[in-house]
Write a protein that binds this ligand. Sequence first.
Ligand code: SF4
Length: 305
Amino acid sequence: MTTSELQQTILEAKARLGVCVLAHAYMSPEICEVADYVGDSFGLAQKAAENPAQKIVMCGVRFMAETVKILSPEKTVVLPNPESLCPMAEQIEPELLAGLKETYPGYTVVAYVNTTAATKTLADVCVTSSSAEKIVRAIPNDKILFVPDCNLGDYIQKQVPEKTVALMRGGCPSHVRVTAEDVKRAKALHPEALFLVHPECRPEVTAMADYVGSTTGIMAYAEKSEAREFIIGTENSIVQHLELKCPDKRFWAVSKDCVCHNMKAVTLTQVLRAVLGEGGETIALSDETIAAARRSIDAMLRLGA
Ligand code: SF4
């Protein structure tokens, strides 16, 4: 079967069976083309909650499928590849967070949305990479414990210096591979290009950027900008997505190593099996976990995400 035949089979199956397919923006273009929605993880979970489909296939990593389930507990949510985990989300066990809370009494616990459902149950409020600064500003407490990404937390600390932000030493292994040397080399090769970077990158890398923002933010910035050339400091699939969206502009990956192998573990065949109910893992969370995790997400929404 060719890629386009497989895509056609998926499109027919999801229409026949009433299945909604979500694809994180780090998925391959072949998967994005068969999805109902493409975007950042929290935006996708919100889209799934609004969609009338009772079965959702989340093409991404496990915490993303869990977030879909938390927002749509009555729906069947399937992760096409059960081995697709986010290493950063898995860095923080509930026991570790419970210990950090004891170390930092009186701090508001802010969890990046890239965390497991179990971690979210222990957080006071969640944030996305695009809402983190606004949420931290709005929290009525000057002391913040930010988990698990120390680079995003450090970036937020710099934007909100009036607060004290305690960090754990977690982070995204894909984004921390980008070094200041990579940026210097890319800028030397493409001196006219603007450098757009995700705040999961190291502080010395974000310090060299023309724009710092979420994946959705980077894509929107590049689309609207009058500049013609961009160095992209996030997962490398975004380079190809932007090339397809903006064929008159030029995009360069800051480092060929900024790749998320867990995202890349999802294949088109796995998506078809998940749609047909012949593969993948159906996400199961207890009512207690969903309710407790939902509280930290609702707190984020109340504070203006
Ligand atoms: S890119 Fe980083 S944060 Fe996103 S899923 Fe991969 S490891 Fe996790």
